[in-house]
Ligand binder design. Structure first.
Ligand SMILES: C[S@@+](CC[C@H](N)C(=O)[O-])C[C@H]1O[C@@H](n2cnc3c(N)ncnc32)[C@H](O)[C@@H]1O
Length: 413
């Protein structure tokens, strides 16, 4: 006779859970147990490298041998993750004798407990059992996860909690999220960034954010195009800060959507400080920065074993001889590793000349990646000595990233 399972949320913090087996199933199950704070005893002659790393880091106890009944001393739960049905049955028999619930990867009908398909959203955990069909459970779980992504409030809010104005209609009101939108491909926003974007009442977007992300906003969302704000760069930034603060204080959930990562030449720090000064809580969601993604999109790894052990990201917005420049181009010329220059197209001739004048070889490989990760991406490969002229001839234009170093040719076969 089959009867319905009785759902429970096990509070495993500090409680002994025995996992028998050290293969793929255990590799999938152990992280959630550790996340729940369980005191994990892993019994297996051998472990996968991922489990081994956790054992080496002292996150679990590993007994490198086969199971013996005494392993269940003090246990609250057992997870049997071995293929051999005889071995699994003998563990379950000991568990049953001791009245310890036992999950079995090899035979769910013989198990006394089942693991559900799970999705977690901040403090909320949803666990789905599919009536004996794990695929059904996962399908339902995925549907619930998508629903929660739209409905649930953002978590991890930083800033002054006392400034929160609560929630309206299930959304977080009176808050700002600085969200990195990634380099251009709309699929390169993070899951969390996307979730907050679908939550927003107001979106303040930069010129470089992927247009398709904006295309998918709800029709009632107020979209502020930050690149259209008049005045010079510093007045415009003040205006943006004011818009973030004003809208949040009026009760809106504001997403400030920025190209790449908010803190890489993104002025995210200034916006956070402005919000904090006004008592508006802010959460920051990092993004995939073009300084790494643009080279990657052109087949250039910013580090490569035996080629480059460092990469330096630098702004080329100011010419090397500009009094306000904070960049030590002479010191950068002495590095062997990879140099990634953002906003450097306009000053490329001066930048490359300065690097060469201070000792970097003109033969050093160099590349320019324009509009990386988009359908209009262009890649130019050259050398430090030639790249400025080549970029002019090719009529490259911003946004573009310049990469200098032997990594440019590292993956050429
Ligand atoms: C103001 S900075 C912002 C950088 C951004 N916060 C990031 O992490 O990628 C703008 C510069 O980033 C670079 N950039 C941004 N998106 C790019 C893309 N899709 N392709 C090439 N370069 C890009 C260009 O150098 C551009 O001038």
């Amino acid at each position: 006779m089959t009867s319905s399972p009785y759902p429970l949320g096990l509070r495993l913090h500090g409680r002994r859970v025995v996992v028998v087996g050290g293969g793929a199933v255990a590799t999938r199950r152990v992280p959630a147990l550790l996340d729940a704070g369980a005191d994990v005893l892993l019994v297996a002659p051998e472990l996968t490298p991922a489990l081994r790393a956790r054992a080496d880091a002292g996150r679990l106890h590993w007994v490198p041998r086969r199971f013996v009944p005494e392993d269940l001393d003090g246990a609250w739960l057992v997870q049997v993750a071995v293929d051999d049905p005889m071995a699994a049955a003998s563990v379950s028999a000991v568990a049953a004798e001791r009245r310890i619930f036992c999950v079995r990867a090899d035979d769910r009908t013989a198990a006394t407990a089942w693991t559900p398909a799970v999705t977690r959203h901040g403090p909320v955990t949803v666990a789905v059992l599919g009536g004996g069909d794990p695929r059904r459970a996962m399908t339902v779980r995925d549907a619930v996860r998508d629903l929660l992504a739209v409905r649930l409030a953002p978590d991890g809010i930083a800033g002054r909690p006392d400034a929160s104005t609560g929630t309206t209609g299930g959304r977080q009101a009176g808050r700002v999220a600085l969200v990195g939108a990634g380099p251009g491909d709309p699929e390169l926003i993070t899951v969390k960034g996307w979730r907050l974007l679908t939550e927003a009442d107001v979106v303040v977007a930069d010129r470089l954010v992927p247009g398709l992300l904006l295309d998918e906003l709800r029709p009632d969302v107020e979209l502020v195009d930050a690149s259209k704000i008049p005045y010079g760069p510093s007045r415009a930034q003040e205006e943006i800060n004011q818009i973030l603060v004003d809208r949040a204080l009026a009760g809106a959930f504001v997403v400030r959507l920025k190209g790449g990562d908010p803190y890489v030449f993104g002025r995210g720090g200034e916006e956070l400080l402005a919000c904090a000064a006004a008592g508006v809580p802010v959460t920051v969601v990092p993004g995939v920065t073009s300084s790494i993604a643009a080279p990657a999109a052109a087949g250039i790894p910013v580090t490569h074993r035996g080629v480059a052990h460092e990469f330096t990201v630098v702004s080329g917005h100011l010419a090397p001889d500009a009094p306000a420049s904070l960049v030590r181009w002479d010191a950068l010329a002495g590095l062997h590793g990879t140099l990634v220059v953002l906003m450097g197209l306009k000053n490329l001739a001066a930048i490359t000349a300065t690097l060469i004048a201070h000792g970097r070889s003109p033969q050093t490989p160099a590349a320019v990646v324009q509009e990386a990760t988009t359908g209009t991406q262009r890649v130019l490969r050259s050398t430090l000595g030639e790249v400025a002229a080549d970029a002019l001839t090719a009529e490259l234009r911003p946004p573009a990233v310049v990469v200098v170093g032997d990594v440019v040719n590292a993956l050429d076969s």
